[in-house]
Ligand binder design. Structure first.
Ligand SMILES: Cc1cc2nc3c(=O)[nH]c(=O)nc-3n(C[C@H](O)[C@H](O)[C@H](O)COP(=O)(O)OP(=O)(O)OC[C@H]3O[C@@H](n4cnc5c(N)ncnc54)[C@H](O)[C@@H]3O)c2cc1C
Length: 444
């Protein structure tokens, strides 16, 4: 079942030309549209379903620097700053609050990892602090688990996935962007090897620049143009609880459960693992690229072979631009994977046991979402070298709600040739194809 997401109206007329076309109306595409339109560019966002309908409304709503890989620290720090600015400037509530991210543990190896991570974070002006057992207990009042310590980042935040992407899309529209929903981009037209237009199901937009912010669909879109990007879909789960007493105003991450306080008085509940990985032909094609990630994360995953494999096999790899593309299939309009009921039952049981005050809490609704994962768990925010004029902002690997505003900003910086908000080197597309070792950072 799809979680609720604020619905926004669609612009009726597709412009014939634009300075920039953005493919995908998630948090990244909407942020990119806002920053580009604010600079006076003519911008069109095309979204095959509705704004925020996929990952951006299905995530847990954590806006965190805590735990980020070193390569992503500057992006997450800048993004947190942008979230604050967006919330202040937005007429609608995005649900953003500096509410604090708290991790607590019963395991000494976690403390050792967190201590190593915290030293690196301090070099990037991320103010996280390690907590003793007494401090961890004091920060989890009413909790019965004997934590041995924790890690806390006070200025990390939360936002409401149901509100954020639509709210930012409205800000982009106010700044001049055109937002057309139910409008799949079928592909790019090239002239002399450069982008000259984006062809959509509603017509053609002449442009010299396009940003692909299509989440998990990005690899298929690129493949249509002969560019292989190793991005695989990994399924994760979340639920909203019924309104419940406040045990935290922010987020608590533990091994038995994770919770985020919601503005409706409940919690978004989940568990870090297991994630579900459904084998597809792409998994075999990118087997070697993902092998180090698999060695690291495989234990915390359920791996399944079944329908997803044959559906992917039946999906065309190329298609003419004057007929329907795979993005227009009814099942592709808004990807709505099933949640994992076992994971949620365990998370709820664990939460109720840990917090007697929450013993009557129930699940109000649950949903699944498909994460766009890269082999090194770092996004691609970059020019796509083989297609001049095309930029990718995808592969956010489960972090892109928090980093979304800065990711969109960076994509626009690169597409328009202005000084980038952060060093773009860690996010370069070329690392995917030049034989760079793609290894997810360990140590957290
Ligand atoms: C269960 C779950 C929990 C998560 N928790 C967190 C969290 O707490 N914090 C965090 O930072 N991140 C979290 N994430 C990850 C986060 O949600 C994503 O990284 C982020 O939303 C990515 O945003 P996006 O705009 O790139 O992609 P999406 O939100 O997936 O948007 C991409 C959009 O592009 C559209 N599209 C694709 N192809 C086309 C096309 N050809 N034409 C037109 N439109 C197209 C799609 O319809 C879609 O709406 C979580 C993810 C999941 C699934």
């Amino acid at each position: 079942m799809s979680p609720p997401v604020r619905s926004i109206t669609s612009d009726e007329t597709l412009p014939q030309s634009a300075d920039l076309v953005i493919i995908g109306g998630g948090i990244v595409g909407c942020s990119a549209a806002y920053y580009a339109a604010s600079r006076g560019l003519s911008v069109v966002v095309v979204e095959k379903g509705h704004v925020g309908g996929e990952q951006s409304s299905r995530n847990w709503g954590w806006v965190r620097q805590q735990g980020r890989a070193v390569a992503e620290m500057p992006l997450s720090r800048e993004s947190l700053r942008l979230w604050g600015e967006l919330q202040t400037k937005s007429e609608a509530d995005l649900g953003f609050r500096h509410a604090g991210v708290l991790y607590v543990t019963e395991d000494q190896p976690d403390m050792e990892r967190w201590e190593r991570w915290q030293k690196k974070a301090a070099q990037h002006q991320i103010e996280s602090r390690l907590l003793s057992a007494t401090e961890a207990k004091a920060m989890t009042p009413g909790c019965t688990i004997p934590w041995i310590g924790g890690l806390y980042t006070e200025n990390d935040g939360r936002a409401e996935p149901a509100l954020a992407a639509p709210g930012i899309a409205e800000m982009a529209r106010k700044a001049g962007a055109v937002i057309v929903q139910h409008c799949a981009a079928r592909g790019l037209e090239l002239e002399a090897g450069r982008v000259s237009a984006v062809v959509t199901e509603k017509g053609r937009i002449k442009t010299s620049r396009a940003i692909g912010a299509g989440g998990v669909w990005s690899a298929l879109f690129c493949r249509r143009h002969g560019v292989e990007v190793p991005i695989l879909g990994v399924r994760h789960t979340a639920a909203a609880t019924t309104p419940a007493p406040e045990v935290t105003g922010g987020m608590i991450g533990t091994s038995p459960f994770t919770i985020r306080r919601r503005t409706d008085g409940g919690y978004t509940l989940s568990k870090r693992s297991p994630l579900l990985f459904e084998l597809t032909p792409s998994a075999f094609r990118h087997f070697f690229a993902f092998w180090p990630a698999f060695l690291r994360e495989g234990k915390s995953m359920k791996i399944r072979f079944g329908r997803a494999f044959f559906e992917a096999l039946a999906t065309p790899k190329t298609w003419p631009l004057d007929g329907p593309s795979p993005f227009e299939k009814e099942s592709a309009r808004v990807l709505d994977p099933a949640p994992d009921p076992q994971l949620l039952k365990l998370a709820l049981d664990n939460l109720r046991k840990a917090y007697p005050a929450l013993s009557k809490t129930e699940l109000a609704m649950s949903w699944g979402g498909t994460i766009d994962a890269t082999p090194d768990a770092i996004p691609v925010i970059s020019a796509v070298d083989p297609i001049p004029g095309f930029f990718l902002a995808a592969g956010h690997s489960g972090h892109g709600f928090g980093t979304g505003p800065a990711a969109g900003h960076l994509a626009v910086d690169l597409a328009t040739g202005v000084a980038p908000i952060v060093d773009p080197a860690p996010f370069r597309f070329s690392r995917m194809v030049d034989g760079s070792k793609l290894i997810p950072e360990t140590g957290f």
